[in-house]
Each structure stands twice: as C-alpha cells, then as structure tokens.
Design a protein around this ligand. Structure first.
Ligand code: SAM
Length: 438
C-alpha cells in the first residue's frame, strides 16, 4: 500500500521509530473483519452455533468477534434477520465508552450507517430514547435500514445539522456520542477513498468541522451527563487538540478518559475516543425528563385506529405495548418511551418502529414490524430453510402450509427476516425489493 509521504512523516514523529516500524508491519498485513452480536435478538453462543463458526473474541467488547476470511454477510439469512452487524473491532470501542444505560436519553449525533447506534440501542435494551441523527439525507436512509434490521425500537431518527438539533435538546441528554466525520487515517487498509482524499489540508479542515460539531453537542448534554468524542483518525489536530480546545472553551466539562487504538497495539484499524463529563447536576434518575408526545390538532393521531387494532389481534400474539402514532399520510409508528418536547421543530425521519400504513379501512404492515419483534410475538410463522429460504430471500412467492392464512412471519432458525401473506398454500412475498438477495 502506498501511504502518502507527509502522512508517514507525521506518524513517524508521533510514534517514534520503533513504534512506527510496528505500525508499518501491521499495515502490511490484511485487515481482519469482525462482527458485533446483536444482543437485542440473540447471544454469542446461539449465533455462532447457527453460523457453524468458532467464537474468536476481538477483545474490545464482549459482543465483538472476528470472522474468517471469505465470510460473506450479504448472503447470510441470519444477517438479514438482524442477528449481527459487521463492525471492525476498534469501531466497537466509542459506544462502549459512553456506557449508555436502559431508560436514558442518548443522542448519537453523527449516526450513519448506524453501527454505533445499534450498539447503543443494545446497551439500552431498547428502553429509553435514542436520538439517532445523520445530517446527510442519503446516509440517513441507510441508517433507518440498519436500525430496522437490528430491531431497534427506541430510536428517533433525525436528519439535521448539529447546530440546529442540539439547541432543541438543550441539556436534556444523559449521554451524547459524537463519532465525528474525519480524515479516516485509520481506514486506509479498508477504504481506498480515505487514502486518496488524504492531505494535511484535509486533516485541518476536518479538525475545524469537528470543533463546530463538538461545540454543538455540548449544548445537548445535561449537567452530570457524558459526552464521547471519537474519530477514526490518528492526527493530533483531529483528536487531542480538538478535545483540548473544547475543554478550554467549556470549563463545565472535564476529561475522564482518553484513548488511542492503533492497528499495531489493539485489534482492528484504529480509533481515538475521549470521555468528557459535564460537571454538576442531578444524579441520572433525577434528571429533567423529556416530555411525552405532544398532541397537535390535525397533525397526528395517537389512538390505535380500528384497522390496526384488528391487525394486532389477528397477527400478533403479544400486541406491542408502545404508544401508537398515525401520521396524516397514513403511516403508523410505534413510539419510543418518550419523545422530545420540541419534536415538531425537528426533521424526523422515523420515530420508533414503522409498523405499517393505513390505506382506507385496511392496515398494511411494514417489513420493520416483523424485524422489531421476536417470532413468539406473531400468531403465525413459517420456518424457512433450503430452497424455500433462498426463494423467499430472492423475493419469490413460496409454497406454505395450506392451513396458514393472512400475515405470516417468515423466519430463519427461529428469527423473523420478513413477512408474507398466506392464502391457499402460497406465501406471497413482502420482502422489500432493495433487501432481496439473488
Ligand atoms: N457513527 C457512525 C457509525 O458507527 O456507523 C459513523 C459516523 S461517520 C464516522 C461520520 C458521519 O458524520 C457521516 O455519516 C457523515 O455524513 C456525518 N457528517 C458529515 N459532516 C457532518 C457535519 N458537518 N455535521 C454532522 N455530521 C456530519
């Protein structure tokens, strides 16, 4: 690999000759791939037994494991069912450092494609409120897809600039993650674009942008709350210097921990993360709560409509406990535990689980509803394997038990990966086109 001369010279100065040589040796080896077990749906023992792979822990978080060369997640039905997320080991560190807890209000400010958001939701056990923000509209739709597949129920997905969103959340968040856009110096083995885009000028412009994002993030943190700042870059300008300038401008914060991971000294590609604590304030349980969903005339309806109640009683053994909100366009959401008071001023893409859509007197369920709940929540399920599973994943109608009728959860190894509508011994396929595997 041809690393830029100026980058190498900076790394030599930063690391010293011996460590620099260790870094170069690490970079000469191929990157190893890893996954994070999605504990919202399974555990490591069950997943690896289904994958028929040995468990090889990465050693960063208990849910992180290396996968063998040639492992192809895109063709794995268990991936489609959301049982794991491909995430390189050092990228698993920042969300773990934030220590999100069930019931908290957590903001993930730079969230797409959603690897760390999924990890935060798992730590929160789907309880509390997880605001997942991504400024880029294209990337925010990828974020929605990730959260849907992983079965995340407690996320409010927004697409806003940090300086517009954070004032609306003023001092309300228990914990905020800023996984900032950066020069990507730790991604050189995996992302040729990061390598091609690198220059010293790019490092400095990233640092400037990061300072702005971090300053906005500070506004959202409640007194006594936590803020994690992370990058996948090695430059001091984007890391220690950004944190130092932040602390100078925000004396109400202190740095609790700061860590660099390098490919020669830790598993994975490398990462920087700092844990900052906002001084003062109440203990977590006494923090001011965000208010419940606002009722606004003509905007949205919170009572479950009759068609939805009928669908729940016919299709779900355990109807969702979440509050329902129907939007004027007919989309029905199952809301997270609580929503911010200033919701109407936010650019919200998704609030909780998109359950489906009301079309006149009918309710048509959405793919995400079947990914958000376990097989046991549904009245009817079809276990698929072999040719039937491949055909279903390819989007085809498949034969099913003639006794089945109506909406049926399509499952692999006991986990829903979509749904179909059964009639006369055929399961009509409802897998979204973009998710089909041929
Ligand atoms: N946390 C993500 C994950 O684990 O999947 C990765 C986030 S990536 C390192 C940084 C994100 O910041 C990108 O999705 C990018 O679109 C977004 N971004 C770029 N410019 C931004 C800005 N000015 N403010 C906020 N976010 C920005």
């Amino acid at each position: 690999m041809n690393l830029p001369e100026a980058f190498l010279s900076r790394m030599r100065t930063q690391l010293g000759e011996t460590e620099f040589q260790a870094y170069l040796s690490a970079m000469a080896r191929p990157a190893r791939r890893a996954l994070r077990v999605n504990t919202l749906k399974t555990d490591a023992a069950a997943l690896f037994s289904l994958l028929r792979l040995p468990q090889e822990p990465c050693g960063v978080i208990p849910e992180g494991f290396f996968v063998p060369e040639g492992f192809a997640p895109g063709t794995q039905p268990l991936h489609a069912a959301g049982l794991f997320y491909m995430q390189e080991p050092s990228a698993q560190f920042p969300a773990a450092l934030l220590g999100a807890q069930p019931g908290e209000t957590v903001l993930d400010l730079c969230a797409a494609p959603g690897g760390k958001t999924g990890q935060l939701a798992a730590a929160m056990q789907n309880r509390g409120l997880l605001i997942a923000n991504e400024v880029s509209p294209a990337r925010s739709s990828v974020l929605c897809g990730t959260l849907e597949r992983l079965g995340v129920q407690n996320a409010l997905v927004t697409s806003m600039r940090p300086d517009a969103l954070c004032p609306l959340l003023a001092s309300r968040c228990d914990a905020v993650l800023v996984d900032a856009p950066c020069s990507g110096e730790a991604m050189f083995r995996r992302d040729p674009r990061a390598l091609a885009d690198w220059s010293e000028a790019h490092v400095l412009s990233c640092a400037e942008r990061q300072r702005g994002i971090l300053a906005s993030a500070a506004e959202a943190v409640r007194p006594g709350g936590r803020l994690v700042y992370s990058t996948c870059a090695f430059s001091p300008e984007e890391n220690e210097e950004t944190v130092a300038r932040f602390l100078q401008a925000h004396p109400e914060f202190s740095c609790q921990a700061q860590r660099r991971l390098y490919p020669h000294s830790s598993p994975g590609e490398g990462q920087f993360a700092a844990l900052l604590l906002r001084k003062g304030g109440p203990a977590p349980a006494a923090a001011a709560p965000l208010r419940g969903p606002q009722r606004r005339a003509g905007a949205a309806q919170t009572e479950p409509p009759a068609a939805l109640r009928r669908f729940f009683s016919e299709t779900m053994r355990v109807p969702p406990a979440a509050q329902v909100r129907t939007l004027p366009d007919g989309r029905v959401f199952l809301l997270p535990e609580r929503l911010p008071a200033l919701l109407e001023r936010m650019r919200v893409l998704r609030a909780g689980v998109l359950a489906g859509e009301l079309r006149g007197a009918r309710f048509v369920p959405a793919h995400g509803l079947f990914l958000a709940y376990p097989k046991s929540a549904f009245s009817a399920a079809a276990e698929l394997e072999g040719a039937a599973l491949s055909a279903f994943l390819a989007g085809e109608a498949i034969p099913c038990d003639p006794a089945l009728s109506g909406y049926v959860a399509a499952c692999v190894s006991g986990h829903p990966l979509g749904f179909g509508k059964a009639a006369g011994g055929t399961l009509k396929n409802h897998l979204p086109k973009g998710l089909r595997i041929r």
